[in-house]
Design a protein around this ligand. Structure first.
Ligand SMILES: Nc1ncnc2c1ncn2[C@@H]1O[C@H](COP(=O)(O)OP(=O)(O)OP(=O)(O)O)[C@@H](O)[C@H]1O
Ligand SMILES: [Mg+2]
Length: 833
């Protein structure tokens, strides 16, 4: 069969993967060789280097961890994460491991359907960051998929839930909790199309965290009460196999507890491990649903809070949401369903199998993706380029096309007709007479609930049938998925820890952002190691270091034709395609040259344990200070954020992950790093909330003082400028926008100071005294002394112009650290206001 649309969709999951095909209007799973819907995302390499994927590989992760790998999805896009397989000597990166899973899924199709597929839609978590998305694309390529549009998992799920339903103007919340990632998306269905209204997610939240919590908080303590096993813990190489067995047992027990109140863990044959004296260690332990529920609670709380945040951000009350669509294995837990229904107050929709709904949705989306027409067959002399959408909500869609004959032959007098022979009664468009150019437009009539197939019939002016390629097209009535949108803003880091966002969260993609920046330092041509660095950031925070750095655009001294002086314009472009793949470019007008050297856009190291420990201790201290601040002031906004942190047990979770990281667990390091960023941002918010009263007081004081100062020192222009800023200050006060208010108050104060300084020189005088105090630090002492004497004369003569010139020269003599050490700077660009 030759397909005109892609039709195959793959859910490449952390724990399980699946492939589905769109068959008419039915998206169905293609089972694996064992007759299962899903295939564990696990890889085993045998002694000869042969790769095995699926359930057997999954079992090997416990019995033979040195030769098997699982849960590598979240490590895609990270550097230095290759897994070594001891017996075969192979080393495979997370991308290569994923490629093997994709190959296995392709092979299922060949085996079950006799089809070799070269194109399939692949889903990724909406919360995936750019480096992870890019790694997924590379994995698909390595697996022999020439075309692999990426689709966000919640979009796929929503599509499967809505495809053939006739509903209008409703909102739904997709709750997708998988093995390793969580996505919450709000979708709006209207006029046969749906839109992702908002999305929030957490790449480090999923069933496997529950498994680890069971291992660390229930099983290991129980084991150590019975046996003496020195140093037993996660990340310890000696105990890796025993830990892997406990983890697998924990997962199985957790799944069993979804349908029974207790589950027995019995690891006695073969035993779990041997103790220090070489005696076998057997481990038998009964788990109760209530114990596991208590461990699950912080994760559910976090997921529910994320949903509320997504709703609040979109200004949608829970009553506005028709239903919650459940996706992912952990949503099979009765406790989770109860907690979710209570915590959100929205009805749950459990009509689809949560384990396969993403793959089936991906297949539906694949039905909208047209495949390029293959090479023209030798017995065919006419081709047609078609313009139409294979799936849509319009029962009478438009189709356009251009027919081409052999070596530009005129098509004058030819006719074309579209025929749906399977329709009851059969449907024909009627013969359309072509002009010399061969172009035509017509409307189809489509029947619901099936894939309508239209043969394309071409006749010559004498009425003879001609072969044409393609010879048919298909159209299906159904809800269509939206263009993808950005789930994080993308921008560049500026000097001074600021950010310029080029593409905002929610922007429809493909898209392109553009910004004109200026350099902070001089780039000297050919200087060894010299560069201008422009960090590329992904996230939402106004402070640059609260976002993830996904790469950095670098202009190297070795590449430039001439020096780039400070304050030179640099135009930055960021382009993102429909699969969220990014290209960045810097254009330097004075050189008339483009630079595209991207350092590390796709790879980032997992954070270092010692660094994590230091950061955690620092945030703990900050948290304690902020807690007492919140108690003192009784500020409700600050208290609400602190309460949410407590409910989610954020600090304890980070503590656990950091402890595992210290034992060498890189997965835990990534989780801890991500959580730390979130914690910092939350504490920033608390800080802002607490500073609010004093900030308000300051703003009001400046607003009150301003008119008098303008009266005395200013002119009409100053009054105008003041009025503009003052209006913005009032807006920020009304909107409780602390971050913006701080900037505005600074701006207002600076404006007033400059105005007063113009008349009196007061600021210049103050700046000069500061520099005199730092006399000893200045570099050229003889020159410094001369300048200071000259400055004092200027002060005596009340000559502010001369004083300003002296200050400029004195600033040059300050040690480097004060002026920002050049190549060490996080960013070498700023945005002029
Ligand atoms: N009946 C069940 N009760 C509780 N948990 C379950 C059940 N069935 C599966 N799980 C858990 O669901 C998780 C796997 O879910 P799923 O297959 O949806 O994830 P995934 O698609 O592989 O992951 P992701 O979407 O994060 O990439 C595992 O943690 C598994 O233990
Ligand atoms: Mg999933």
């Amino acid at each position: 069969m030759t397909r005109s649309t892609m039709d195959f969709g793959i859910d490449l999951g952390t724990t399980n993967s699946a492939i589905a095909v769109l068959d008419g209007t039915d998206a169905r799973i293609v089972k694996n060789a064992f007759g299962h819907d899903t295939t564990p995302s696990a890889v085993f390499a045998d002694r000869t280097g042969r790769i095995h994927v699926g359930a057997r590989a999954r079992e090997r992760v416990e019995s033979d961890p040195a030769n098997a790998a699982a849960e590598f999805k979240l490590r895609m896009g990270l550097r230095d994460q290759a897994k070594s397989f001891a017996n075969s000597g192979l080393a495979l990166s997370p991308e290569e491991l994923s490629a093997h899973v994709l190959r296995a899924l392709r092979a299922n199709v060949t085996q079950q359907m006799g089809e070799e597929i070269r194109a399939a839609v692949i889903t990724v978590p909406a919360a995936f960051e750019l480096n992870q998305t890019d790694a997924t694309r590379r994995a698909a390529e390595a697996a022999g998929l020439e075309l692999s549009p990426l689709l966000q998992e919640p979009t796929a799920a929503a599509l499967a839930y809505s495809f053939q339903r006739d509903e209008d103007n409703i909102y739904r919340l997709v709750f997708d909790l998988g093995g390793g990632t969580f996505d919450a998306s709000i979708v709006h269905i209207r006029d046969g199309e749906f839109d992702i209204v908002n999305h929030r997610g957490d790449n480090f939240l999923g069933g496997k965290l529950i498994d680890w919590a069971i291992v660390e908080q229930l099983l290991i303590p129980a084991l150590l009460r019975q046996h003496s096993l020195p140093g037993f813990g996660r990340g310890e190489p000696t105990w890796a196999q025993a830990i892997a067995k406990l983890k697998a047992a924990a997962e199985n027990a957790k799944i069993e507890l979804s349908s029974s109140p207790t589950a027995l863990i019995d690891i006695s044959e073969p035993p779990l491990c041997t103790d220090a004296d070489g005696n076998p260690v057997e481990f038998v332990h009964e788990l109760h649903a209530a114990d596991v529920e208590a461990l699950t609670e912080p994760f559910v709380a976090r997921a529910v809070n994320i949903c509320h945040a997504a709703l609040a951000e979109s200004q949608l009350a829970p009553e506005k949401i028709d239903r919650v669509l459940l996706v992912g294995g952990p949503t099979l837990m009765p406790y989770l369903r109860r907690r979710l229904a209570e915590g959100l107050g929205i009805e749950l929709d459990v009509s689809q199998d949560p384990m396969t709904v993403v793959a089936r949705g991906a297949a539906i989306f694949a039905g909208t993706q047209r495949l390029p027409v293959g090479p023209t067959r030798p017995d065919v002399s006419f081709t047609v380029d078609l313009e139409y959408k294979p799936i849509g909500s319009d029962p009478t869609p438009l189709v356009g096309g251009v027919v081409r004959g052999p070596s530009g032959r005129s098509l004058e007098g030819f006719t074309i007709e579209l025929v749906n022979a399977d329709a009851r009664p059969p449907w024909r468009s009627g013969k359309i007479t072509l002009p010399a150019t061969g172009s035509f437009v017509t409307t189809l009539r489509a029947e619901p609930e099936r894939r309508n197939v239209y043969s394309i019939v071409l006749e010559s002016p004498t009425g003879g049938g001609e072969r044409i390629q393609p010879s048919e097209l298909t159209y299906t009535l159904g809800v269509v998925a939206p263009a993808a949108t950005l789930t994080h803003s993308i921008g560049v880091g500026l000097s001074g820890n600021e950010v310029a966002w080029l593409l905002e969260k929610g922007t429809r993609i493909p898209a392109r952002g553009h910004e004109i920046l200026r350099s902070t330092v001089r780039l000297v041509r050919g200087q060894s190691g010299g560069l201008l660095r422009i960090p590329i950031l992904e996230g939402e925070h106004a402070r640059a270091d609260r976002n993830r750095q996904v790469g950095s655009l670098e202009i190297l001294a070795a590449e430039v034709a001439r020096d780039i002086p400070p304050n030179s314009e640099i135009e930055v472009d960021i382009e993102i395609d429909g699969s969220r793949l990014v290209t960045t470019r810097a254009f330097v007008p004075i050189l008339e040259e483009d630079f595209e050297t991207v350092h590390d856009l796709t790879t980032e190291r997992a954070p270092d344990p010692a660094e994590l420990r230091r950061a955690l201790e620092a945030e703990r201290r900050r948290l304690a200070d902020l807690r007492s601040g919140a108690r003192r002031t009784g500020d409700p906004a600050a208290q609400a954020i602190l309460d949410a942190l407590d409910d989610e047990q954020v600090v304890d979770q980070i503590e656990n992950d950091v402890a595992s990281t210290e034992h060498g667990d890189t997965d835990a390091a990534s989780t801890a790093g991500k959580r730390m960023l979130d914690l910092r941002a939350k504490l920033d918010d608390v800080e802002h909330a607490l500073e609010w009263p004093s900030l308000v007081e300051l703003a009001n004081r400046v607003l009150a003082d301003a008119p008098g100062l303008i009266e005395e020192y200013g002119d009409a222009k100053d009054r105008k400028r003041h009025e503009r800023i003052a209006a913005e200050v009032r807006r920020a006060l009304d909107g409780r926008d602390a971050a913006h208010l701080r900037i505005l108050v600074d701006e207002l104060t600076a404006h007033l100071a400059i105005m007063v300084d113009r008349k009196t020189g007061a600021v210049v005088m103050a700046r000069f005294s500061q520099l005199v105090e730092r006399r000893a630090e200045l570099r050229d002492q003889a020159l410094a002394n001369r300048l200071i004497t000259e400055g004092q004369r200027a002060v005596d003569a009340n000559d502010t112009e001369r004083l300003r010139a002296v200050i400029r020269q004195l600033l040059e003599l300050l040690p480097d650290t004060d002026r920002g050490s050049e190549s060490e700077d996080f960013s070498n660009v700023y945005k002029s206001r």
